[in-house]
Design a protein around this ligand. Sequence first.
Ligand SMILES: Cc1ncc(COP(=O)(O)O)c(C=O)c1O
Length: 458
Amino acid sequence: MPDPLLSNSQIVSAYREKTPGSERLAGEAREVLPSGITHDSRYLKPYALYIDRAAGSHKWDVDGNRYVDYFGGHGALLLGHGHPDVMAATSEAMAAGTHFGANHPREVTWAQQVIKMVPSAERIRFTSSGTEATLMALRLARAHTGKNKFVRFKTHFHGWHDHMAGGYANHFDGTATTGVIPAVASNVVLVSPQDISEVRQVLENDNDIAAVICEPTGASFGMVPMSADFTAQLREMTAKQGVLLIFDEVVTGFRCSPGGAQQAYGVTPDLTTLAKILSGGLPGGGVAGRQEILDHLDFERSEALSREKIQHPGTFNANPVSAAAGLAALKIIETTDACERANASAAWLRGRFNEILEAEDVPWAAYGAFSGLHLFTNAKGIDVKPSSFRAEDVDYETLKAKRSDLVMKLRLATAVNGVDLSSAPGGLTSAMHTQEDLDLTAEAFREAIRMLKRDGEF
Ligand SMILES: Cc1ncc(COP(=O)(O)O)c(C=O)c1O
């Protein structure tokens, strides 16, 4: 059966015409990579772009087309692509050797910098990704409290290890996803991200909870918003019950403010997971927090307390190149207005997109906080006035509901007009987006909406 997305769509035709090199590579990729991709969010019909160069707020595809970029390295690039200071530090580190199989000076300076910037960080253990960071945070929480289960919020994303595989996109009933054993899933207690009384009830009635983990500004950087007040209540409740609070700041860390969401909200968790901006656009992650908890990784402390230490190898933990890039990026973020500039650009885009949606009479809305841009595409057809839309008033299932064919077409249409929106759909801004980029983006969005109309949508 012909795919309705691909047939009779002027958007798809325009995309194909503009990107023949990407189409050819996608054909080759499908022969060697499942779906031809390496990250689920890069799945796009009829095929996704192949990029071979990026600088600042822009990237160029293999056909030479330029895009204003809102993927931002999946959030890693607050300073844009190829910031000169980060590149210089990276090149210098590369030339000195990529792996010493030994301690090295940069990891110490990098850790000192994180501890200076992140309020909850007394110690940090570096990992190679955000997924590894949340895995270690859970293990630390279990070791420290002697309890087994942990609480997660439906729709919040924490990477892809077994404990985190369900409950953010599906399996909201807590059942195990494909390839995960039910025994693991049964230790994960999923609660509503919008009703604090559910967490309270779990904490008061289940005395086997080691930790509560959340994305502090809400699922997927605020797609389902979580307020400062909600996190403050979490802090109070967990402290009262002797349960650890983990902020997953893999996206929000060094982005909402130099000290992350915890600094912006004034709420200090016990543990914080970090990645993305932490390592300046290179692979890396880390779990930071109270010393007595991180001491479960410490040889001498564990021996002194006659307890078994948590083992933690990891070939590329704190590799010198990521350490150099991360340190350079964090110093810039600490000493400049990078976070504020990114926040201001996203706020401008949200406002302009809503004006366009209203003018075009489209019942969608742009929303978000800090440097996040989310597009509510209203798959359930609720009443929406873009300029007064409040995501806080909409239930999480309605916020998350999407017509994936429509989202794909929107992305193709914006790409045809020189903008690469993320698959959420929406994106993150960097400190490098200029007013010229934002104006171009608004015009591309308006044209994409008109193309969707001509394609029979709305
Ligand atoms: C909030 C959050 N936690 C954890 C992760 C996993 O990080 P990584 O992709 O580095 O494994 C991500 C990735 O996007 C994330 O957004």
